[in-house]
Unconditional design. Structure first.
Length: 191
């Protein structure tokens, strides 16, 4: 199957026809090929997902890591195949299992973590930020391995993200969507 062409709005149905082994995201109908992550990215991903998974063991919520096709519908009536936002967040926390389908999730998860690189920074900080906010993701983390910084955005009553809480490598993060989960950043950035 041919690779995506410019000037066409792509959907999840198109995405399913693209070559396996290639990692893409679709943001507002525009495909973006993803580069392989660095080892630092992978180390951060592994430790964060381990802490989330340990906490969520035997609970109703679940944690998933990329590759994981997150399909965010623009409205409640949209067909899964017509979605034009197919994202690959690094970590996704889902508490409503009814949206789990095929290779990912169709709907709005409770929490998303993006681990930024120089090639993904603009998309993670601008485009995905706006999509996650508009979709109602309750908590959005932007993790910067190079600076060992985590920015946590919590959805406010206004349905907008408030000012971020900023954490460094020696800090502990209180996860707002759970009453008793604290993520220790020391082992996350200990590489």
């Amino acid at each position: 199957m041919p690779l995506p062409k410019e000037n066409k709005k792509y959907t999840y149905a198109d995405y399913l026809t693209w070559p396996e082994g290639e990692r893409y995201e679709i943001i507002d109908g525009v495909p973006y090929m993803q580069a392989a992550p660095t080892w630092q990215h992978q180390a951060v991903l592994l430790e964060l997902s381990r802490q989330f998974a340990n906490y969520l063991r035997n609970k109703t919520c679940m944690v998933f890591t990329s590759p994981f096709d997150l399909r965010l519908p623009e409205d409640n009536n949209q067909n899964d195949d017509d979605v034009t936002n197919v994202l690959q967040p690094d970590i996704v926390v889902v508490c409503d299992g009814s949206g789990l389908r095929k290779t990912g999730y169709y709907g709005t998860p409770e929490l998303i973590v993006e681990i930024v690189s120089s090639s993904s920074m603009r998309r993670d900080r601008l485009e995905k930020f706006n999509i996650y906010e508009k979709s109602g993701v309750k908590e959005y983390w932007i993790v910067e391995p190079e600076g060992k910084i985590v920015s946590v955005f919590a959805l406010q009553d206004s349905k907008r993200y408030g000012r971020p809480e900023i954490y460094a490598d020696e800090d502990k993060v209180k996860v707002t969507i759970f009453d008793d989960l604290i993520i220790d950043l020391k082992p996350v950035f200990d590489y």
